[in-house]
Ligand binder design. Structure first.
Ligand SMILES: Nc1nc2c(ncn2[C@@H]2O[C@H](COP(=O)(O)OP(=O)(O)OP(=O)(O)O)[C@@H](O)[C@H]2O)c(=O)[nH]1
Length: 199
């Protein structure tokens, strides 16, 4: 197995959309009705994804955080889970604002995210259609999942794993580009020196 890679993820969304419930479901495979969010907000988790050990740090943000906290959390993370509640249209509108804010804080090319519509078990109270979720995810160029932290429907595990894969892919590409550009700089410096010596 390849050596362990670290991926920093943050979960964002309006208050009460089920951010903590999703993280807890992912980590424990269980639903905890009234999870006390004051207990912890950052979790460490090890998983094997595509035969590779991946160590995740997951930040469960508070829906009520102020702009300064939100900005520092956005700067810290490499991958984002944007969550809305399918029974709460305002929470859906909020993920669009969150994505715009993310693009301001980080360059869009550094924004790797997934969109998650939670509380799919409450279909009778649905305010956001699956098609609307899919459309916004296409506009954000990200994967879309509808799930229920409560019943476990939808693939929360796969959602987190896919986000990790995307973050790793992006880091690998950026690492290669950085290496290539530093090689180019060295070559340019050597050429300059040689030109100076020969003139
Ligand atoms: N029916 C249903 N209820 C859910 C689901 N996920 C979370 N809840 C409930 O929604 C409420 C809010 O869940 P939290 O996980 O605390 O939401 P949060 O987004 O972390 O909230 P903040 O920490 O306040 O931002 C709780 O009462 C949960 O039990 C779900 O998939 N289905």
């Amino acid at each position: 197995m390849a050596k362990s890679a670290e991926v920093k993820l943050a979960v964002f969304g309006r208050a009460a959309v089920g951010k903590s419930a999703i993280v807890v479901r992912f980590l424990t495979k269980r639903f905890i009705w009234e999870y006390d969010p004051t207990l912890e907000s950052t979790y460490r988790h090890q998983a094997t994804i595509d035969d590779e050990a991946v160590s995740m740090e997951i930040l469960d943000t508070a829906g009520q955080e102020d702009a300064i906290q939100r900005e520092s959390h956005m700067r810290w993370a490499e991958g984002f889970v944007l969550v809305y509640d399918i029974t709460d249209r305002i929470s859906f509108e909020e993920v669009i604002s969150l994505k715009n804010f993310l693009d301001e804080i980080k360059k869009p090319k550094n924004v790797t995210l997934i969109l998650v519509g939670n509380k799919a078990d409450l279909d009778h109270s649905r305010q956001v259609t699956t098609e609307e979720g899919e459309k916004v995810a296409t506009e954000m160029a990200c994967a879309f999942y509808e799930c229920s932290a409560c019943t476990g429907e939808g693939n929360i595990n796969e959602a987190f794993y896919e986000l990790c894969r995307e973050v790793r892919r992006r880091k690998m590409i950026q690492g290669k580009t950085r290496r290539r550009s530093s090689t180019t700089h060295v070559k340019q410096a050597i050429n300059k020196m040689l030109t100076k010596i020969s003139s």
